[in-house]
Design a protein around this ligand. Structure first.
Ligand code: ATP
Ligand code: MG
Length: 569
């Protein structure tokens, strides 16, 4: 392709309000443009890379036995009522009405549509198992679209759905998908890890794993054991506090009221009372599906809201506002305590072990209570696993230290079981002629998120450094001056030679200053660069790989073989 007419509007300066490198580079290199918050156009270079990602995904899905199809974006919301997700999905589901007032949703995911389709057309065990997939635009009205393609409201996803006769069958399909995902992310040259995950609103009864690309902009936290193979999303992670963290203390002292003015936070209390955060039992008021509840936690621990939500069996939980806090405790935020509360109290198993008693809010402004012992001075309505794993914790399984990293979730595999097949009637007749629900799995990959994730892991201060399998072109030929006829002739000759050899090549035939051409070339990040400059007159050109600093000088005759050799590595 010739760059002179290429639609690749590069930007010299970093666009404002972009806090992820991938977002900056996608804009600067002219790969995408924003239309609205979380809604992007893919320009030719961005689209080329996306198609390469798609092709890798498609190949591996087909290799794992998947069949590609294409489902409608517009989904009648009756289907969502039938599955029970209409309410669960909340405002993320984009709804619209047709001219007859019939309500539709723009597909955020396609469990309902595919299950209804299969329910209608597959009735016998002879047609099972089957795995169907599509690559399609999805719509989610995310609360916080951000980081460019990492969290969009309109984005590209590969979604696959499997239908098996039984759980053993699903296990085989799940493993095949898991393996295909490994293959896909390896072929994209990503550093990734598969972690145990929480099922979220997609739901289901079985295991689920997320594939995480390790990166500082990741919105997820990945917890991995430094010794055994345990790894999990923090939403799901279990851990044991290290032994030196257990609270010590005397049991015998009686509750004492402390005057603690202006101590709204754990840090304030720690400073004033010269205690440690672990000696404090903080009481957090949450609203769970509209009802207030209290959660008691050690001052140095955090609530794992996903675990709490799952344990409560509710669809939404959020921290209560000031008015609610005051109405349930008679005290403002910061002075709430468990003694005397009439709402349900939830407490983590670990916190119950605080032997010497802890410091709690007195439910009176500017006061706290000391030596409060769970089970003695107040009792929790329920104890469970509500604590978030944190730095310093050790592996629940083997006791080795846990490591915490940020990760971008690029893929997710779920064992759904019968959640959708029961509700939407996906049943088949088994060998004995008996009706059985199909056992489902679903498998997603964020194709456009992957594009951004690849850039997050592959860049330097000058621009993108594409892994070869994803690069928009393999070779970038740059004649330094378009006014020099020798340079142009050699560049053209190399260009044609490479096209004939089936190499994807971009020729910078623009009448631009050399500096501009080099800057754009680094920004775009094509793996191999051939510069045809002042030595062209002697048949000599420069060869440079984007990820290396050294420049080689080559005789023009040897360029093709050198390029072929480098393309293999
Ligand atoms: P997240 O927790 O990041 O919101 P999710 O659990 O909602 O993700 P799934 O419903 O499992 O995601 O969707 C499958 C895949 O689609 C995800 O693994 C991710 O790669 C991608 N994806 C999800 N939401 C977005 C989004 N808003 N923008 C881009 N890609 C997304
Ligand atoms: Mg989501």
């Amino acid at each position: 392709m010739r760059q002179n007419t290429l639609f690749m509007p590069t930007l010299r300066d970093t666009p404002s309000e972009t806090d992820a490198i991938s977002h900056q580079l996608l804009l600067r290199a002219g790969l995408i443009r924003q239309l609205a918050a979380g809604v992007y156009s893919y320009l030719p270079m961005g689209w080329r890379v996306l198609r390469k990602i798609e092709n890798i995904v498609r190949q591996e899905m087909e290799r794992a036995g998947g069949q590609e199809l294409h489902l409608p974006v517009m989904q009648p919301t009756e289907l969502w009522h039938e599955s029970g997700r209409y309410a669960d999905y909340g405002p993320e589901l984009i709804r619209l009405k047709d001219r007859h007032g019939r309500e539709f949703a723009l597909g955020p995911t396609h469990e309902e549509v595919i299950t209804a389709l299969v329910a209608n057309d597959i009735k016998s065990y002879r047609k099972l198992p089957i795995t169907l997939f599509q690559i399609q635009t999805k719509f989610r009205d995310e609360r916080r679209p951000r980081y460019g393609l990492l969290r969009g409201r309109e984005f590209l996803m590969k979604d696959a759905y499997s239908f098996d006769m039984d759980w053993e069958g699903l296990d085989i399909t799940y493993k095949a998908m898991f393996k295909a995902y490994h293959q896909i992310f390896s072929r994209c040259d990503l550093r990734f890890t598969a972690v145990e995950a929480d099922a979220g609103t997609i739901g289901g009864e079985g295991e689920t794993h997320e594939f995480m690309v390790l990166s500082d902009v990741g919105e997820d936290t990945v917890v991995t054991c430094s010794s055994c193979h345990y790894s999990a999303n923090i939403e799901k992670a279990i851990s044991a506090p290290s032994s030196d963290e257990q609270s010590q203390g005397e049991h015998s002292e009686s509750v004492e009221k402390l005057h603690t003015p202006h101590t709204k936070t754990v840090e304030d209390l720690v400073k004033l009372l010269k205690v440690q955060a672990k000696d404090i039992l903080k009481t957090l008021i949450y609203v769970a599906d509209g009802d207030p509840i209290a959660v008691v936690m050690r001052g140095d621990h955090n609530v794992n809201e996903t675990k709490l939500l799952n344990d409560l069996g509710v669809t939404t939980i959020e921290l209560a506002d000031d008015v609610t806090v005051l109405s349930v405790s008679d005290a403002p935020h910061g002075y709430v305590g468990p003694i005397g509360l009439t709402i349900p109290i939830y407490m983590d198993h670990e916190e119950a072990k605080i032997v010497g008693g802890g410091i709690v809010g007195a439910n009176e402004e500017h006061y706290h209570l000391k030596h409060v012992v769970p089970g003695v001075h107040f009792s929790a309505n329920r104890q469970g696993e509500y604590r978030e794993a944190q730095e310093g914790d050790v592996c629940f399984h083997c006791g080795a230290p846990l490591q915490f990293d940020r990760g971008i979730e690029v893929g997710h595999v779920f064992k759904l079981g019968t959640k959708y097949s029961e509700k939407l009637g996906a049943k088949y007749l088994d060998v004995q002629g008996k009706e059985q629900p199909m056992i489902m799995g679903c498998y997603g990959i964020g194709i456009s998120r992957l594009l951004a994730a690849v850039i997050e892991q592959n860049n330097d201060e000058h621009g993108i450094i594409w892994p070869k399998p994803l690069a928009p072109f393999q070779v970038h030929i740059i004649p330094v001056s378009i006014k020099d006829s020798t340079q142009v002739a050699i560049a053209e000759q190399l260009y044609k030679q490479m096209i004939a050899a089936g190499i994807e090549v971009l020729l910078d035939d623009r009448d631009e200053r050399a500096g501009v051409k080099f800057k754009d070339s680094d920004l775009l990040g094509i793996p191999i660069r051939i510069v045809v400059g002042k030595d062209a007159i002697n048949g000599i050109v420069e060869f440079k790989e984007r990820h290396r600093d050294e420049r080689l000088t080559l005789d023009q005759e040897t360029v093709l073989s050198k390029v072929m050799e480098a393309a293999q590595n």
